[in-house]
Design a protein around this ligand. Sequence first.
Ligand SMILES: NC(=O)c1ccc[n+]([C@@H]2O[C@H](COP(=O)([O-])OP(=O)(O)OC[C@H]3O[C@@H](n4cnc5c(N)ncnc54)[C@H](OP(=O)(O)O)[C@@H]3O)[C@@H](O)[C@H]2O)c1
Length: 376
Amino acid sequence: MPLPHVLLSAAVSLDGYLDDTGPERLLLSGPADFDRVDEVRASVDAILVGAGTVRADNPRLLVNSAERRAARVAEGRAEYPLKVTVSGSGELDPAACFWHTGGEKVLLTTDGGARRARALGIGADVVSLGPQLDWRRALEYLHDRRGVRRLMVEGGGTVHTQLLQQELADELQLVLAPLLVGDPAAPRLFGPGAYQGGRLRLVESRRIEDVVLNRYLPTAPGTGERVAAADRHWLALACELAELCPPSDTAFSVGAVVVAADGSELARGYSREGGDPVVHAEEAALAKVDPADRRLAGATVYSSLEPCARRASRPAPCARLILDAGVRRVVTAWREPDTFVPGADGTGVLTAAGATVVVLAEYEARAKAPNRHLEG
Ligand SMILES: NC(=O)c1ccc[n+]([C@@H]2O[C@H](COP(=O)([O-])OP(=O)(O)OC[C@H]3O[C@@H](n4cnc5c(N)ncnc54)[C@H](OP(=O)(O)O)[C@@H]3O)[C@@H](O)[C@H]2O)c1
């Protein structure tokens, strides 16, 4: 199921705190960074905060710039992004600014929370997601029912921690402020628990007055059928690699990446790479990995097109090469059409041998783009 692009946004002290324990909200960044946040808010479809932040900070979560609001309206979008909060208890103050400013609001909650919120007279769409609040279902609801494609999450720590641990965060925008809190009772950005094993990818670092904005992408693949946010990043990269293929009228243009379970890239490749007129993307990528590399057993192969099941040009099709390498998970954007090989079913070959194949159809158009000339 497609989910919104989830962007976690927060400012933290040098010792990793989101706030102190004083009655006023601790200001971690300055005017230029607040303006940057305003710009990000103006770019998204919805802004989400946890009920803890609504209670602690009483935020309004508006797009403050009139020009940015006017630009949204000119693009046919709502003047303000949808405001979303999550609460299990439904124990929220109906007088809070959250409900009385900006545009549409929704409270995502549980059956019990919905009863309590309605009894309190909360001024928003109150949506129960069942006896418990499940984040994947919450994101599906926002995507499918509210048309949210980009979601900005502005805290607090409980919400950020769950979204990152559940591998639902596509991007982190962290502002590091040059001050220390030092109070163990203050809220931390990320709490204890299981996170991805390896390193996140730093994609931007920018000084803004005396704070630094760092943007990170998670890198660890999902497991089995479970899709992690990083799966989408890697498949998008495979689609970009497909654009590098020397053109051909007799073969597809495909990109592939091999990624270890901890998010380390093991290799990448694309069709006809390096002047070999028949090499396939998965084959080119796997050829760069030491077959004795133990990480292959837990790795995922991302391929813009389903790995081939049969081929005339080489003895082994890519589905077989993947299995022989020990890889048991493949993520692809596009099932192979009958263009060159009727009834090709690389997925069938892979799954018959116990591998999992995940198709993220939302990337199909990108995978097809460098192959447009073959459609007919
Ligand atoms: N520096 C920054 O950028 C920044 C940004 C935002 C917030 N903050 C700070 O962060 C602090 C608040 O953080 P926080 O961790 O206490 O609160 P939070 O993450 O804002 O909200 C936590 C609350 O959200 C609801 N919730 C979250 N996950 C849920 C789930 N899976 N199921 C059901 N309900 C769920 C629960 O509400 P119920 O209790 O109602 O069930 C929970 O108590 C404040 O001090 C605020 O100033 C800082």
